[in-house]
Design a protein around this ligand. Structure first.
Ligand code: ZN
Length: 248
């Protein structure tokens, strides 16, 4: 224990190995770009895990038990994530671990499991401009960010985004093509906090943008556990004597 927040960055890590354009944007993988943004801040210890790391996708119970916040980036192989690992992550989030889901992770098993909806949206991949509006400047995830900032090239994710009503909508995005999107939203499930952040397409260097990196750092701090506790379902004895009798 060194007082740092333990983050595990999970990346599917297939695009970067298979596609030259993604390898150019993220030579060491998206997970390393995200992890370096966190390490730069100094408040975190960072572990990396990916789909093909081992039989458990790098997410052993031991690692999860010491993980305060799990980041998740996936896209082309959501279906290959084993249900038993999804069960394991879900339980850990309910017990207090933070979960930060990035970009195409909106269709990951874990995100859909936590939210219970299709998480479908509109999309278009032409490299248009994105303007992200910080509509809750007092929210910890928006700390230090300007009222709005732009990404020169992005993948469009448009409404309607089929999610439950979020706890907070921190960011709203406008795209050059005219659509809008709730691009930064929070949820709570059990004792765990969840943040979804839309930017992060695999062919654009979005995770090197200084404002985006600030959001990642803020989100990891916000999502860190307040308590970690199992959630039982016990039959309990009364605290006071109960005088009410059932009628014969
Ligand atoms: Zn994408």
């Amino acid at each position: 224990m060194n007082g740092k927040i333990n983050v595990t960055v999970w990346n599917e890590y297939r695009h970067e190995l298979q596609h030259e354009t993604c390898r150019k944007a993220y030579p060491q993988g998206i997970h390393v770009a995200v992890g370096e943004a966190l390490l730069e801040d100094g408040a975190f210890d960072v572990n990396y895990a990916w789909l093909d790391k081992d039989a458990e996708h790098g997410l052993s119970q031991e690692l999860l038990d010491k993980t305060d916040v799990l980041f998740w980036w996936g896209h082309m192989a959501h279906g290959e994530v084993k249900d038993e690992i999804v069960d394991r992550v879900q339980k850990r989030v309910q017990e207090g671990m933070g979960l930060v889901v990035l970009h195409s992770g909106h269709k990951s098993k874990i995100f859909m499991r936590m939210l219970g909806t299709t998480c479908n949206l509109k999309w278009r991949e032409v490299g248009e401009k994105e303007r992200i509006w910080n509509i809750e400047p007092a929210h910890p995830i928006a700390a230090g960010l300007p009222e709005h900032f732009e990404l020169p090239h992005t993948e469009m994710y448009g409404e309607r985004f089929d999610i439950p009503t979020p706890k907070d909508v921190v960011f709203i995005t406008w795209y050059e093509g005219g659509e809008v999107f709730r691009s930064g939203v929070t949820f709570e499930r059990g004792y765990g906090r969840i943040f979804y952040f839309a930017p992060g397409h695999e062919t654009f260097p979005i995770f090197y943008d200084k404002n985006i990196r600030k959001v990642l750092v803020n989100a990891a701090k916000w999502a860190a556990p307040r308590i970690v506790r199992e959630i039982p379902c016990p039959c309990v004895k009364p605290l006071e004597e109960i005088k009410t009798k059932l009628e014969e």
